[in-house]
Design a protein around this ligand. Structure first.
Ligand code: FAD
Length: 290
């Protein structure tokens, strides 16, 4: 099924993100994770794609497992930075062979070792180029990323206009970067409404379960920490069990508020953690069905 059709049929659409295990862990670890996550009946599960195609085979394998073994729709991420049309064609073909019909089209971050020449001489400069290309060549449903607090490389206004271009190139629905202050997303949505961007928006939520993780994430994505959240971090930074409880409670509160507000979808960055996901899903069991 096309995920774009799902958004027409229900609200909120509940989805998870998983990532392929790194070389320190065997591929079997993700089989177990997917098996457990499937029990929470997400509407779809997305699978990340390593920068420059580093996880390509694993992304296809995991997306295929989700779709063909568990009968849950999968959304395969695909980045285009530095890629040729030929390379993208091959990946699209692999997705088709595996019955995958939904992709998240991304530019990707530039790998540190990539030269300016390589950055500018791939066949795609932006996610919108990839979206247009995939839409022309396939019948896939295509998602795009959005940034409630602005993408790091740009200012607020330019980023909004670029998002509009991305949507006009064929994006069917959008998934956000993580954020911890729902009001920021609501203000962002007012702006996109004014620009006439009216495709489904999913909110990307991450349960913070350790202090080191949050420092790394905020430095990578530039999202801000509201005072309420900072107080939690300050108080429980050195008490891992307490921080985990507080982080899960915070994510649940964020999700309930977003659903009450009328968000089209909740996309949970599971970090491949079964227990955390379980606690969240148990707390929105009925809320997600209303
Ligand atoms: P784009 O939409 O192309 O935007 C990138 C920058 O270019 C922005 O600043 C934008 O304003 C600007 N821009 C866009 N179009 C134009 C234009 N026409 N002219 C001038 N400027 C323009 N990374 C991975 O490597 N693998 C993953 O699996 C992955 N999954 C992700 C999932 C989600 C939901 C999100 C939010 C991010 C994910 N990322 C992933 C990270 C993402 O690749 C980076 O944030 C990357 O820097 C931007 O990708 P994008 O697709 O948003 O790029």
């Amino acid at each position: 099924m096309k995920i774009s059709d799902m958004y027409k049929e229900k609200k909120p659409v509940i989805s998870f993100e998983v990532f392929p295990p790194n070389s320190a862990h065997s591929i079997e670890t993700i089989y177990e994770t997917v098996h457990e996550l499937a029990k929470f009946k997400p509407d779809f599960i997305s699978v990340t794609y390593g920068a420059g195609g580093s996880t390509r085979g694993k992304t296809v394998e995991i997306a295929s497992l989700i779709k063909n073994k568990y009968n849950i729709e999968s959304l395969a991420h695909l980045t285009c930075v530095g890629a040729s049309k030929n390379e993208i064609d091959k990946i699209i073909e692999e997705y088709k062979i595996n019955n995958i019909e939904n992709i998240l089209a991304l530019r990707g971050d530039f790998p540190k070792e990539m030269s300016n020449f390589d950055k500018e001489n791939g066949d795609f400069l932006y996610a919108s180029d990839l979206t247009k290309y995939v839409k022309e060549k396939t019948n896939f449903s295509v998602a795009g990323a959005y940034y409630p607090e602005t993408h790091m490389e740009n200012n607020d206004l330019m980023d909004l206009f670029n998002l509009k271009t991305k949507v006009e190139s064929g994006t069917d629905f959008l998934i956000s970067q993580i954020f911890f202050d729902n009001e920021i997303l609501y203000r962002f949505k007012e702006k996109t409404d004014k620009l006439g961007i009216n495709i489904p928006f999913a909110a990307g939520i991450i349960p913070v379960t350790n202090a080191k993780q949050i420092k790394r994430i905020t430095s990578l994505c530039g999202c801000s920490l509201p005072p309420k959240f900072k107080r939690i971090l300050d108080k429980y930074e050195d008490k891992p069990e307490a921080l985990m409880e507080a982080g899960i409670a915070y994510a649940i509160e964020q999700i309930i508020d977003l659903i009450s507000w009328g968000i089209d979808g909740i996309h949970l960055y599971t970090m491949n953690k079964i227990d955390t996901t379980k606690k969240i899903m148990e707390n929105i069991e009925h809320i997600r069905e209303i």
